[in-house]
Design a protein around this ligand. Structure first.
Ligand code: DQQ
Length: 504
């Protein structure tokens, strides 16, 4: 793809990467774009031993505008190499206002991207083919390959793609919403990825059930639909969307058969709601289901503009099927390679005052792993990014009701930052406990990025303490009858240690 569009903004753009690198809130072991804007993961694939992560990218500014496809590769899901920008919006054509989200498929040996070309306020399906190393891409002269949404449907929106091969034919889902009904995934069929026949809606939500603000409302449109199988369960993941009100990732478990998806249950994919959005997954050569999502910013627009960058990719997650039929998510085990300076604590019985042994753990790049047991009525609170005076702190709380077999995982951010322009709203969701009240908790801190895993459920978020150098404390308190069987802590080595080129 040529970069000849980009001339004048270059000097300023280079400065973006420098500024981004200097920002104390910038994660060091999560993937970020070199500078500018990042949102959805795209084209996720594992090919010839290399993981390819493409992403929605604006190298010119930390704003969602004229979206390109960035590209990075990894052999271990831990360290990343920036690759040439894969797609640049056209000067003419259906993607002149942006190359929006999509996927990569192998078309008989030809790497092929299927993405949404944006022009005006419309998105239409486009295709590009790549060289075997996936470094250079040519847009199909026939783009858009579908000229318009299906006739006769009154749609709220139409974009994003999930494409797979089935019985020798290509199938595609496009995210959409049927006005007055709800979000939907429209199913198409093709022999050649260019000529598509509309089959019908695979499944349609009910926008009338629930309402905006409910974390399990299925919204008026489904973005970034992703259909995959885990063991013997089919999963239809989507990002529930409603103009200006709703952005959160959900999934149905059920059965995909005969052009329809018959749902069994609806689940929340990440309790961070809009903080973890637009996930995409792929199967790797080992047969593992790997999933990434976008952690958007939670600070004010001015602060983001000054910082020179926006958007973090989640850590790669390994997705399996939990005993309760819901997805079980953990960071991929490869990330353990970054662990340094092990501190092992426990067993101990935490109380209302901070546990002194935790003074040994400090930092803004941490991996904390604990096995906890909560009796009915017990609450355990793990504080991170805490200043010595406690004025700023973020609390991961696990609370078991007296009667409930499960616990509530809560991320309390009311004191995360003294900056009134940062989002400090709480997040919460249910977490399964073992019969004896035991649960595995993992908390990954990476400057402003925070990912919590408890009992296989995930909660990602962002925090921006105003005194980032001092907000390095970790604390643990409890009320009721709780036990810490073990608490292991590590510093995480940085993956990104120098400014990167915006146009690799
Ligand atoms: N972001 C993309 C869209 C998608 C949305 C554009 C989700 O394709 O619907 O950058 O974050």
């Amino acid at each position: 793809m040529t970069h000849d569009l980009i001339t004048a903004p270059q000097p300023l753009a280079e400065d973006l990467a420098e500024r981004a690198f200097r920002d104390p809130h910038r994660p060091r072991y999560h993937f970020t774009a070199p500078g500018g804007w990042l949102n959805d993961p795209n084209g996720l694939t594992h090919r010839d031993g290399v993981y390819h992560l493409f992403y929605q990218y604006n190298p010119l500014a930390p704003a969602h505008h004229r979206i390109h496809w960035g590209h990075a590769t990894s052999t271990d899901l831990v360290t990343w190499t920036d690759e040439p920008v894969a797609l640049v919006p056209g000067t003419t054509g259906p993607d002149r206002d942006g190359c929006w989200s999509g996927v990569l498929v192998d078309d008989g040996g030809v790497p092929t991207l299927v993405y949404s070309g944006r022009h005006g306020d419309r998105e239409l399906p486009c295709v590009a083919t790549g060289t075997p190393d996936l470094r250079h891409w040519t847009k199909d002269p026939g783009n858009p390959v579908i000229a318009a949404p299906p006739e006769g449907l009154d749609l709220t929106a139409y974009r994003d793609h999930c494409v797979w091969k089935e019985d020798g034919r290509w199938r595609q889902l496009i995210g959409a919403g049927l006005r007055g009904q709800g979000g939907t995934a429209l199913l198409y069929d093709s022999e050649d990825l260019r000529s598509w026949r509309y089959v019908g809606p695979l499944l349609t939500g009910d926008a009338g059930t629930g309402r905006s603000g409910d974390p399990d409302w299925t919204g008026t449109m489904w973005e970034c639909v992703d259909l995959f199988r885990v063991e013997d369960t089919d999963v239809l993941a989507f990002s529930a969307w409603d103009e200006g009100t709703t952005h959160h990732p959900l999934y149905w478990t059920g059965r995909y058969e005969g052009d329809r998806f018959t749902p069994t249950a609806l689940h929340r994919l990440d309790y961070g709601q809009n903080h973890f959005y637009a996930p995409q997954s792929a199967r790797d050569a080992a047969g593992r289901r790997i999933l990434f999502g976008w952690l958007q910013e939670g600070r004010g627009e001015d602060a983001t503009a000054r910082a020179g960058w926006s958007g973090v990719m989640s850590l790669p997650r390994l997705v399996t099927l939990g005993a309760d039929g819901a997805l079980h998510q953990t960071p991929v085990p490869e990330l353990a390679r970054l662990r340094r300076d092990h501190v092992a604590l426990g067993p101990f019985t935490p109380g209302p005052g901070p546990e002194p042994a935790l003074d040994a753990i400090r930092g803004d790049q941490l991996d904390l792993e604990a096995t906890l047991r909560l009796a009915p009525g017990a609450v355990v609170r793990l504080g991170v990014r805490e200043t010595p005076d406690g004025a700023e702190r973020t609390v991961v709380e696990l609370a078991r009701e007296t009667t409930a077999p499960n616990a509530t995982l809560r991320l309390r951010r009311e004191a995360s930052s003294l900056d009134p322009d940062t989002d400090t709203t709480p997040r919460s969701g249910e977490v399964p406990l073992a019969a004896d009240g035991t649960v595995e908790l993992r908390v990954l801190v990476d400057h402003s990025a925070l990912e919590v895993f408890a009992g296989g459920r995930a909660l990602a978020s962002r925090v921006y303490p105003t005194r980032p150098d001092e907000a390095v404390g970790v604390s643990l308190t409890a009320s009721g009858e709780a036990r810490v069987h073990r608490l292991d802590a590590w510093h995480m080595a940085p993956v990104f240690t120098a400014p990167r080129a915006l146009w690799p």
